[in-house]
Design a protein around this ligand. Structure first.
Ligand SMILES: Nc1ncnc2c1ncn2[C@@H]1O[C@H](COP(=O)(O)OP(=O)(O)O)[C@@H](O)[C@H]1O
Ligand SMILES: Cc1ncc(C[n+]2csc(CCOP(=O)(O)OP(=O)(O)O)c2C)c(N)n1
Ligand SMILES: [Mg+2]
Ligand SMILES: [Mg+2]
Ligand SMILES: [Mg+2]
Length: 328
């Protein structure tokens, strides 16, 4: 069934109750009102997902699309060292999406929202002529002076990355029938990494408690995110190809593309950053006890803002190329 009434649709997606007591009024008025109870800095970000640019309707379920739209935003809160609290959703709906599919998108968001204990407090519903556009705003909190900036890299820092990289791009390649997985398990693992990324909030929280760290999340690809840190900090970054954490599943594809996916593929939604050698030791221990993988992949030096990759005996300059909305 096509949706026939904007207000009726809003009633259907309105939460029955809230997790946070600070909410004075949520969905149902001109704007949401909340009154923060404690002395934290507020963090806020927004990212949009557009049909055919960020997802294809025939390759992802509505649930997965909703899940990912919220996940990518929680990832940006994690990349600041914060934890999420509230979110707002703006949805532009074309005629070929029915109500059941649209409610499915909200179900996907709800799964992640309950996992991270965050409340839907507002949004907007409009019609669109062709593509579905989903814009999610997430609010969060971080202790005063503890947010992690891209500009905080210093010479002598260790460059680290959480989890494994390249899986999402490999998963997309499989979904688009450009690559073949060696088994159903490998296919499920890699495509899930693409469709249902896990925002690294726990890692971000541990990193925020270090004395100092620079941090970014990987949406456009490792090379691009490292260039953002190098530019913001005016430092030179060197990473080593042999240190890049690739999953056994990615390696099993035996594709020559594996390093391209890891460096330029994007949508890993892992955290990449830098911190002092001493802090990195503490960080590794703390994340190990939480069973979160973290890998040293290089180091920071003084020098012009640039990123280099050491591959066997060669050193290659990594340009800020990766996903760029207007360069393809
Ligand atoms: N159209 C826009 N208007 C205002 N600010 C924007 C716009 N697009 C991006 N930004 C800001 O630019 C910065 C970088 O954005 P982006 O590259 O999308 O970050 P991320 O990759 O972490 O999502 C962020 O501070 C974001 O809020
Ligand atoms: C159909 C399809 N084609 C290509 C991609 C790959 N892709 C789309 S957007 C993107 C980069 C991340 O999105 P962006 O909007 O730049 O996020 P941000 O950096 O703002 O967090 C990538 C790798 C995809 N997910 N789906
Ligand atoms: Mg963005
Ligand atoms: Mg980001
Ligand atoms: Mg983002």
């Amino acid at each position: 069934m096509r949706i026939h009434d904007e207000f009726d649709f809003i009633q259907k997606i309105k939460p029955q109750s809230h997790i946070h007591r600070e909410i004075v009024t949520g969905i149902g008025d001109d704007a949401a009102v909340f009154s923060p109870e404690h002395e934290m800095n507020q963090v806020i970000c927004v990212d949009t997902m557009v049909e055919e640019v960020h997802f294809l309707k025939n390759l992802s379920t509505p649930f997965e699309i909703g899940y990912k739209a919220l996940a990518v935003n929680i990832s940006d809160i994690a990349a600041m060292g914060g934890f999420p609290t509230y979110f707002l959703v703006s949805i532009a709906i074309p005629p070929n999406w029915n109500e059941q599919e649209l409610l499915g998108i909200y179900e996907g968001m709800k799964e992640l929202a309950s996992q991270f204990k965050i409340d839907l407090i507002g949004g907007d519903t409009v019609s669109s002529k062709n593509q579905l556009v989903l814009t999610v705003t997430v609010m969060g909190e971080v202790e005063k002076k503890k947010h992690c900036l891209r500009s905080d890299a210093r010479a002598g820092d260790v460059v680290f990355v959480t989890g494994t990289i390249g899986d999402s791009a490999a998963g997309l390649s499989i979904l688009l029938n450009k690559s073949t997985a060696s088994s159903d398990e490998v296919k499920l693992f890699l495509t899930s990494r693409h469709k249902k990324p896990k925002p690294q909030v726990k890692a971000g929280r541990v990193i925020s408690k270090l004395e100092r760290a620079s941090l970014n999340d990987i949406s456009d690809g490792l090379a691009s995110e490292l260039n953002e840190i190098a530019e913001a900090s005016t430092k030179s970054i060197t990473i080593y190809e042999e240190l890049l954490p690739l999953s056994p599943e990615l390696l099993s594809l035996n594709s020559e593309e594996r390093f391209n996916w890891a460096l330029y593929g994007g949508e890993d939604f892992e955290l990449v950053g830098t911190t002092s050698i001493e802090s990195f030791k503490r960080l590794s221990r703390q994340l190990e006890s939480e069973l979160i993988k973290i890998t040293k992949i290089g180091q920071v030096t003084d020098g012009p803002a640039s990123v280099h990759l050491v591959r066997q005996n060669e050193t290659i300059k990594l340009e800020k190329s990766g996903y760029n909305h207007f360069k393809r």
